[in-house]
Design a protein. Structure first.
Length: 388
């Protein structure tokens, strides 16, 4: 039963947990790491790493999407980002990296005011497709109808519809909202949609026909939604609730499996392992990948909502560079804090608990241990505060 606590006489609330509040328990069996598979299959696509790189300009460019594909992951292009607004965004990326802290938000609003260009959407998708890797691209629900046909015509393999909160029942008195169920039914490509953070919202998104749901709100280091609007759900609970919705929808639909992709609050290989243990099929990462030497952010990372013209919900944070994308994802590790060789950490967690596949690992025992991280692990430098 849910753990309900009294906040005051007129309000009760459910207790929820983040990844720092839980720990994975060892089992009676261990396994050789070489006998462990961390491969992830979704629709017709197979990835050697269960990773979706977040569609953020400081993380994914066409070049890094190609490199991520080479490494066995999926990079998602932000089709509302700099790469579809400017022919050459490199000078603007350099400018963002050099901005004084007090000028960042206003400058981002100015830079992202440039209109999105359909021909650049086509060109960026083609650049990644021509490299022979799986192409994924993201739009917010507000832009999906406007640019969806351009995206599909350009040859995208996986379509991502992502916002801070995406619901299957958006209500508006000013314009016709996007009907997700009807829209997805008309597409010939798999769709990932989110974010969501509760059982009901995940279940409703699964009923739209999405291939996967993105689970997480305000969890990333560059996201300020919780401060600006007070909205957010701790990630361990959000992922476990979505996994429960996936189980119930599997029965309801007669066997249709919808993937749960944890998005936010993961900095280390241990965090990724906890996300899978709580029920995720894969993870979406932004900040950890912004620390790669190839990352377009040049040591900085900023959130999706950072440039919103009326209510910015993200900020620029430092992402001190620690190694190449390959070193961060699969090693060899150059740090002892879990922030490099992320998926080597996942593989060894599975081996030490005796599991050979991601689906099996979702059954691992998890314990509440809210003090364990603070006691056993040092703080990760440069992750949650802007460089001064």
């Amino acid at each position: 039963m849910p753990d309900i606590v009294e906040i005051g006489i007129g309000k009760t609330g459910r207790r929820a947990f983040g990844f720092d509040d839980v720990a994975i328990a060892p089992s009676r069996r261990t396994r050789d790491p070489e006998d462990v598979s961390i491969a992830w299959d979704i629709d017709a696509y197979r990835f050697e790493l269960p990773l979706v790189a977040s569609a953020m300009d400081g993380v994914v460019s066409p070049a890094t999407a190609i490199e991520l594909g080479r490494l066995g992951a999926l990079g998602v292009l932000d089709l509302e980002g700099l790469w579809t607004r400017y022919d050459d965004p490199e000078p603007l990326l350099a400018r963002i990296a050099e901005l004084p802290p007090g000028e960042v938000t206003r400058a981002l609003q100015e830079i992202y005011a440039e209109p999105i260009k359909a021909d650049l959407i086509t060109a960026r998708v083609k650049q990644v497709r021509d490299a022979g890797v799986t192409v994924a691209a993201s739009l917010t629900p507000q832009r999906t109808v406007q640019f969806a046909q351009t995206v599909l015509d350009s040859g995208v393999d996986i379509f991502v519809i992502q916002g801070t909160v995406v619901s299957a029942e958006h209500v508006s008195s000013r314009h016709e909202p996007l009907n997700l169920k009807r829209f997805i039914a008309d597409l010939d490509v798999p769709v990932l949609v989110g974010g969501c953070a509760t059982y009901q919202s995940a279940l409703h998104l699964m009923r739209t026909g999405a291939a996967g749901v993105l689970v997480g709100i305000a969890g990333g280091s560059a996201n300020t939604t919780r401060s600006v609007m007070g909205i957010g759900v701790p990630m361990a609970t959000a992922v476990a609730d979505a996994a429960g919705a996936r189980r119930d929808y599997l029965d309801e639909s007669g066997g249709r499996y919808v993937h749960v992709i944890a998005d936010g609050s993961m900095r280390t290989g241990g965090d990724i392992a906890k996300a899978i243990a709580c029920g995720a099929d894969a993870v979406m990462l932004g900040g950890p990948l912004a620390r790669a030497t190839e990352a377009p952010g040049r040591g900085w990372h900023w959130g999706h909502g950072s440039s919103h013209p009326e209510l910015p919900r993200g900020t620029r944070v430092a992402a001190d560079q620690v190694g190449s994308l390959e070193e961060i994802l699969v090693g060899p590790s150059c740090t002892a804090d879990g922030t490099t060789n992320l998926f080597g950490g996942l593989r060894r967690a599975m081996a030490m608990t005796g599991y050979s596949s991601l689906k099996e690992f979702q059954r691992v025992e998890v314990m509440l241990a809210p003090a364990a991280r603070n006691r056993d692990l040092p703080a990760t430098p440069g992750q949650d505060a802007a460089r001064t």
